[in-house]
Write a protein that binds this ligand. Structure first.
Ligand SMILES: *[C@@H]1O[C@H](CO)[C@@H](O)[C@H](O)[C@H]1NC(C)=O
Ligand SMILES: *[C@@H]1O[C@H](CO)[C@@H](O)[C@H](O)[C@H]1NC(C)=O
Ligand SMILES: *[C@@H]1O[C@H](CO)[C@@H](O)[C@H](O)[C@H]1NC(C)=O
Ligand SMILES: *[C@@H]1O[C@H](CO)[C@@H](O)[C@H](O)[C@H]1NC(C)=O
Ligand SMILES: *[C@@H]1O[C@H](CO)[C@@H](O)[C@H](O)[C@H]1NC(C)=O
Ligand SMILES: *[C@@H]1O[C@H](CO)[C@@H](O)[C@H](O)[C@H]1NC(C)=O
Ligand SMILES: CC(=O)N[C@H]1CO[C@H](CO)[C@@H](O)[C@@H]1O
Length: 548
């Protein structure tokens, strides 16, 4: 950690403070506490094992960091609720560690999950997808991914703000929910954090937890990871269970990690992946679940063949220039680059409206099933029609003018039926995304994976295919870029991060994690620029350990 920050000091102006405080930490306590802005899960586990600090210390430190920036200071609005049981759980996990040792790499590690991922009501937190309509609703059980985190010894520290209903209510700015308000980006004041896993990404970016979970239907992990300088894995649909996750579409939804490093992503994915009788899409995955941390090979790109579909690279010249420079690095790591390697169906996939049909029709069925499965809903909403009426009745909290009034996707979905056009659209998406799309491209050019700037047309093909993508930090917009006007957030401006994406076929995560790790280790782009100073929480473990 210190080594990396020292390297940074020579590369970037304005980070001296962080380096100094890190060194001061080490000197005053005579043990090196990891800097919580960047601390990896492995570093935290090591400190816990050595007794340098406890999980109770970690929870207190992260709570203090959330307090500093969530509603105060830069008011990033990343977190909707913190877990009132977290300190108690941390104490129990500390005691268990003393008696029996750690359960595994996540024992006693605090994780924040998106507010559409159910957590036990008895623990004290809501699961609402950001909407007042689900406030106080009683979920039947933890989402399977939350239960798996807990079984691995992780502490669910809190629930992350998000684009409400994972951005399926209507045309609403990213990062807004009725309950959480407008979340913003820690790299530029009042900038778009992207979404829909906005709060998860903001929290990971500045160290409000050791790691986070997000969910993606089309871009909701990749895009906020891209814009908040993070590693995000959008797993194959069916690798991670969606049971207990407020849905958009059973055909496209997937849950994955949003974290600071590929190693952290591998550690979390290993725990949350697996078959689940409550989500039959997971039954198609190969068994056993791999230990994704075994894919962390710095030489994984040697001999790999990667193709670049240039017509999907997007149009931002800064991003394309940085991407091109990284292509040279990837070549120097021993990969063969096929450039261009266009999708055989590029034009069709671009203009297809099939995804809209699938999502619109799925949402009504899937969200109605989710609500029907709740044990109690104090607001009385029973289905999508009630949700629409709830928003009208509570317009002051949910349909706030001038930016947040739309619920057109809700209305279109309520009006939909699973007719012949729906089944035709589902079949067309499979053909467009899988057969003639990602698989077609991999086959035509004999590739291991597809390489793109994450902000290009990257999430789209993977969304309709249900296929995996991993994004890794690539660079930052330059200081001389003129920021766009705030509407209500700034969509692009100086310091806004961007990423590079590795896309593959179904269940190719192990291979993609290897490529991403090799790239990350050769570049270490994440620490080349930090969040804006007010968005960097000051509380560190040295302020907590041994204090009362
Ligand atoms: C849900 O949110 C309400 C209002 O913020 C809060 O009073 C309550 O403790 C939260 N938790 C549960 C489980 O309802
Ligand atoms: C899952 O179960 C549903 C309902 O029984 C069924 O319609 C669907 O085809 C199944 N899906 C998979 C992927 O097995
Ligand atoms: C990026 O690389 C491609 C392929 O070599 C080239 O056509 C393009 O001009 C480059 N763009 C930039 C901005 O460097
Ligand atoms: C669905 O995709 C097929 C294949 O490209 C296309 O012919 C059809 O027009 C698409 N449907 C819509 C609604 O865009
Ligand atoms: C509702 O569905 C009908 C029939 O498909 C369509 O004509 C109408 O435009 C739809 N209304 C909305 C609000 O989507
Ligand atoms: C920003 O700075 C770069 C590098 O110095 C330069 O190439 C570019 O033209 C500048 N852009 C603007 C908009 O001034
Ligand atoms: C943990 C936290 O700070 N939650 C806040 C999220 O935002 C809402 C709306 O401002 C507050 O009511 C919560 O307290």
């Amino acid at each position: 950690m210190l080594k990396r920050l020292t390297f940074l000091a020579s590369a970037v102006a304005g980070i001296t403070l962080l380096v100094t405080s890190s060194l001061a930490t080490a000197a005053s306590a005579e043990i090196t506490f990891p800097d919580l802005y960047e601390a990896s899960i492995a570093e935290l586990q090591d400190g816990l094992e050595k007794g340098h600090f406890s999980s109770v210390d970690l929870v207190k430190a992260y709570f203090a960091r959330i307090e500093e920036v969530n509603l105060q200071g830069p008011a990033l609005r990343a977190v909707i609720e913190t877990n009132p049981s977290a300190l108690q759980q941390a104490a129990e996990l500390d005691a268990e560690r003393k008696l029996h040792g750690p359960r595994g790499p996540l024992h006693g590690i605090p994780i924040i999950v998106k507010d559409n991922i159910a957590t036990l009501h008895s623990e004290g937190m809501n699961t609402t997808a950001g909407s007042f309509a689900l406030l106080g609703s009683v979920v039947p059980r933890d989402a399977t991914v939350a239960a798996k985190l807990r079984a691995a010894g992780a502490i669910i520290l809190g629930k992350a703000n998000l684009s409400e209903w994972a951005n399926f209510r209507g045309n609403v700015p990213s990062g807004f929910s009725g309950r959480g308000g407008q979340a913003t980006n820690p790299y530029l004041q009042n900038a778009d954090p992207s979404g829909s896993s906005s709060g998860s990404a903001i929290s990971a970016a500045i160290g409000l937890a050791a790691g986070t979970l997000g969910s993606e239907t089309d871009g909701s992990i990749l895009s906020p990871s891209n814009k908040n300088n993070l590693v995000g894995i959008k797993p194959t649909v069916g690798l991670t269970s969606r049971a207990g996750v407020v849905p958009i579409s059973s055909h496209q939804d997937t849950v994955g990690p949003i974290v600071r490093s590929v190693a952290d992503a591998a550690a979390i994915l290993t725990v949350i992946a697996g078959r689940d009788p409550l989500d039959n899409f997971t039954l198609a995955q190969p068994e056993p679940v791999p230990d994704f941390s075994k894919a962390l090979n710095p030489f994984a790109l040697k001999g790999a063949r990667l193709g670049i579909p240039r017509s999907f690279q997007g149009s931002d010249p800064n991003i394309i220039a940085a991407f091109n420079a990284s292509v040279e690095i990837i070549k120097s790591l021993g990969a063969t680059i096929v450039d261009p390697a266009e999708f055989p169906d590029a034009a069709e996939i671009r203009k297809s409206g099939n995804e809209t049909i699938v999502l619109t029709d799925d949402f009504k069925v899937d969200v109605n099933n989710y609500i029907a499965g709740l044990l109690e809903v104090p607001t009385g909403v029973k289905n999508l029609a009630d949700l629409i009426q709830f928003n009208i009745d509570h317009a002051d909290e949910e349909l706030i003018p001038p930016f947040y009034t739309d619920q057109s996707q809700f209305i279109a979905s309520e009006n939909s039926t699973m007719d012949a056009a729906y089944f035709a659209a589902l079949a067309a998406d499979k053909d467009l995304g899988q057969t003639r799309g990602i698989d077609g491209t991999l086959k035509e050019f004999n590739l291991d994976a597809i390489l793109l700037p994450t902000n290009g047309f990257t999430a789209g093909p993977a969304a309709i295919a249900g296929y995996p993508v991993i994004t890794v930090p690539l660079g930052f917009q330059p200081d001389n870029l003129t920021a766009t006007a705030a509407n209500p957030t700034i969509s692009n401006g100086p310091g806004i991060p961007f990423g590079i994406a590795f896309m593959g076929t179904a269940f190719s995560e192990f291979k993609l994690v290897g490529f991403a790790f090799a790239y990350e280790q050769a570049t270490h782009n994440r620490l080349k620029r930090l969040a804006f100073p007010a968005a960097i929480p000051k509380t560190q473990l040295k302020d907590i350990v041994g204090k009362h």
